[in-house]
Design a binder for this molecule. Structure first.
Ligand SMILES: Cc1cc2nc3c(=O)[nH]c(=O)nc-3n(C[C@H](O)[C@H](O)[C@H](O)COP(=O)(O)O)c2cc1C
Length: 224
């Protein structure tokens, strides 16, 4: 089993998100999983230019590190999104990456994978909103949601309770993979407002969203 974490904190090894990922991944490794951390700050990730070519042609014309990271997501069995809470939301680093993965959201393909979310904050704001955003982004693409941890941090110190939550999440992710836990994504997604809105967009604008429309037709997600 291969698990990757996409860390949207600019902090290195001494950062709280890095620390929580380490707690989680140490457990995963003990159980035989291979792990990799991608620190977005170390990569060239341009802003999305909104050209729409990912929807119409299935390619992004930008030449940077996004495709390489997306390929790692596609090859992994487990994916962890991590971000500190920045002004009530995920960091710009992670949001910028997620914007660039726009087409992956339109053409969900993570159905045989497992997802988790890690966050750290200083006590201000709605922590559920941040971890839910990350987890929903991955489970919206079909990945089975294993869990989420948002740790209160003081001078980068994380409580023993939150460290244990991260470790447990690591064990849960490997367990979910081994047990081949299933998530009835099609049933849940198709009933959701978001999926219906996406279907409306893709079918009404099939001239623009050509690649999306082709994918949805192949999958049988629309009869329009
Ligand atoms: C630009 C910026 C914005 C922040 N906004 C919030 C916030 O809205 N709520 C909060 O509780 N903490 C906020 N923090 C604190 C970080 O979330 C906290 O220090 C976190 O532990 C950092 O995690 P990291 O070391 O993994 O980057 C902010 C920090 C920075 C630098």
């Amino acid at each position: 089993m291969k698990i990757i974490a996409i860390n949207g904190s600019p902090h290195g090894k001494r950062g709280s998100c890095s620390y929580l990922i380490k707690q989680m991944f140490t457990e995963c490794e003990k159980l035989g999983a291979e792990t990799e951390v991608i620190r977005l700050i170390k990569h060239k990730i341009n802003f999305c230019l909104g050209c729409g070519k990912c929807m119409s042609e299935g390619i992004c014309p930008q030449k940077d590190d996004v495709k390489e990271i997306q390929d790692k997501i596609r090859e992994a069995d487990g994916i962890v999104y991590a971000s500190p809470v920045y002004v009530g939301h995920i960091s710009g680093l992670l949001k910028n990456f997620i914007d660039r993965c726009f087409a992956m959201g339109h053409r969900p393909s993570l159905h045989d994978k497992y997802a988790a979310a890690v966050s750290a904050y200083a006590g201000i704001g709605d922590i559920n909103m941040v971890t839910d955003y990350m987890l929903n982004n991955l489970s919206g693409q079909g990945a089975y949601p294993v869990g989420k941890v948002c740790a209160y941090t003081l001078n980068i110190k994380v409580s023993e309770e939150d460290q244990e939550k991260a470790r447990q999440m690591g064990r849960d992710m490997v367990d979910a993979f081994r047990q081949k836990k299933k998530f009835d994504w099609e049933k849940q997604a198709m009933a959701s407002k978001g999926f219906k809105a996406l279907e409306k967009f893709i079918t009404e604008r099939k001239d623009l969203a050509k690649e999306d429309y082709k994918y949805w037709k192949e999958k049988g997600w629309t009869d329009k």
